[in-house]
Ligand binder design. Structure first.
Ligand SMILES: Cc1ncc(C[n+]2csc(CCOP(=O)(O)OP(=O)(O)O)c2C)c(N)n1
Ligand SMILES: [Mg+2]
Length: 351
């Protein structure tokens, strides 16, 4: 079993949130190819524009129920995805649209689900928090905080049991990490050396409660140390740093050494959900993150400074992404609602 002690790199990275947030964007390790950099940029922009559109449709009354936007956190899902293979699975909580898009789910199907249409991934019956795509190995979308952690550990168990060589990425928040079921899962995952990467997206808040008010220990990456699970903290606003940290973590998991915890220090720009007055933080704090740490701006600068692209390449990517998102919204708005008889399908009891 892997050592309970953090690795030397995790020790250096494990600064308090504020300190590591101030590190400038850097190309950790070898700078990826131009093609890889532009692919990451494209993916982050897709998530950002998709979420902005979802916010608009919500404002127009086209999305019912809860809707939690991922704006600001794009570098986490995109950086992790760079290291995933088709055989790997993914599970997350309710702030899930970005994860679905980077896992390869169709923006049209996701938008149709948000708007409650029959063409949505859950036939319009799940909405924002309850979407699945078995063919993409995306297992939700869970509204109960931390419910995805034991479920994700079970998926990792299935990978190991079947010997298919896949791993499971299980995302959870800084609030979710204080749930009891997380630690039962950590124990079993370590005991059975399950192939699972727990990614804690520490965006500093759980609804209106800051991580300082909720967590007895600030370095959430070490929450698995009692079970011998190694952990590392990474700047989640820097897609290249996330990519590199994910590579190290997944190498550990793929060589059969069991689970790994990656804590990504990130930030959500929007409210917890669409109905959040945001009284628990200052406008200046949000402004500072948007202006000085934005993951898309940081990658854009790196691409320009490194001669990997210019304003014209960004213009064409911008148009490409806007078209994808507008098509998705149009498709959703023009799609029919589910038939009333669907009320009696996909339920656990006999109707
Ligand atoms: C078991 C349970 N308790 C409480 C809630 C209400 N709730 C919804 S989201 C949330 C905060 C979770 O925050 P975090 O894990 O940091 O994720 P984030 O919203 O920041 O992505 C809470 C308490 C819930 N959905 N489920
Ligand atoms: Mg949070």
């Amino acid at each position: 079993m892997s050592s309970a002690k953090p690795t030397s790199s995790s020790t250096t990275r494990s600064k308090r949130n504020t300190a590591s947030r101030q590190t400038p964007a850097k190309a950790a390790g070898q700078t990826p190819s131009t093609e890889a950099l532009l692919a990451m940029y494209r993916q982050m922009l897709l998530v950002r524009r998709f979420e902005e559109k979802a916010g608009q449709l919500y404002g127009m009354g086209m999305i019912g129920g809860f809707c939690h936007l991922y704006i600001g956190q794009e570098a986490v899902a995109v950086g992790i995805q760079t290291q995933l293979e088709d055989r790997d699975s993914m599970i997350t909580g309710y702030r899930d649209h970005g994860h679905m898009l980077v896992k390869g789910m169709d923006p049209k199907g996701v938008m149709a689900e948000l708007t409650g249409r029959a063409a949505g991934y859950s036939k319009g019956k799940g909405g924002s928090m309850h979407m699945f795509a078995k063919e993409k190995k995306f297992y939700g979308g869970h509204g109960i905080v931390a419910a995805q952690v034991p479920l994700g550990s079970g998926i990792a168990f299935a990978h190991k049991y079947r010997g298919d060589g896949g791993l499971c990425v299980c995302y959870l928040g800084d609030g979710a990490v204080n749930q009891g079921q997380v630690y039962e899962s950590f124990n079993m995952a370590a005991l059975w050396k399950l192939p699972i990467l727990y990614v804690i997206e520490n965006n500093r808040y759980a609804m209106g409660t800051s991580v300082q008010r909720a967590s007895a220990t600030p370095d959430l990456c070490h929450r698995g140390s009692a079970y011998g699970i190694p952990g590392e903290q990474v700047d989640g606003m820097d897609v290249l740093a996330v990519k590199e940290a994910a590579g190290t973590a997944m190498a550990h998991i793929r060589e059969g050494s069991g689970p790994f915890i990656l804590e990504a220090l990130t930030y959500r720009y929007r409210g917890h959900s669409m109905s959040d007055p945001g009284k628990y933080r200052t406008r200046e704090e949000v402004q500072e993150m948007r202006e000085r740490h934005d993951p898309i701006d940081r990658l854009r600068k790196l691409i320009i400074d490194g001669g990997h692209g210019d304003e014209d390449s960004f213009k064409s990517i911008d148009k490409e992404i806007r078209d994808i998102v507008n098509d998705a919204a149009k498709f959703a708005q023009e799609s029919p609602e589910p038939d009333a008889k669907e009320l009696w399908t996909d339920i656990l009891i006999d109707a």
